[in-house]
Design a protein around this ligand. Sequence first.
Ligand SMILES: [Zn+2]
Length: 226
Amino acid sequence: MQKRYVPFAVFLLVLAVALFAHFCGRTLAAPVWAYGEGEKTVYLTFDDGPSTVVTGRILDTLREKDVKATFFLVGERIEGREETLRRIASEGHTLGVHSMSHRYDRIYASVGALLEDAAACAEAIRTVTGVTPRVYRFPGGGKHAPMAERLRAQGYEIVGWNAVCGDEEIPHASAETLLKTSLETAEGKDEVILLLHDSAPHKATAEALPAIIDAFRARGYRFLAF
Ligand SMILES: [Zn+2]
């Protein structure tokens, strides 16, 4: 190398080392991209509870696996299950309004009927837990634009779903089928809102939950509640 190039070569070497240290340091210290776009997230959402046995088993699994979830509750099912409802709240899960009666003919009779039903459910949750719910899910799903608008004006976030475990859609589905359906319907989605049910008939859902959580974790998903 000619003498006059030496300072330039030293400069390049120092620059290369500095850049390497900078980017490696960042990599080791904080994987910034992990919090950006493209991160894989699952929201586990349980509808139609509380129930005593199934909700209880689901809460055991969530605690064991250190996962927070969202429960969309039916107000009329709270009486006699206050302890279960308080446990959902005290273990850090989100309490959402699903309906007071879950009877479509009553709820969807008018905008006023729906708002009344939602308010009664929210009040039942608040009375037992002290928590004011701020998320809402329409019974049976759907957009219901005028009703959704009014609920949003009251401060609710409306939550739908984009994947199902199949516990309502497939009669008598086994835990294995529920796992398979969860993964199939979530396929290709970075943000998964998975619909499950914790009402009394859904023992298979409670049974499938540990494997569902493990399978999403193995695919690089993290879990969030609303
Ligand atoms: Zn429902």
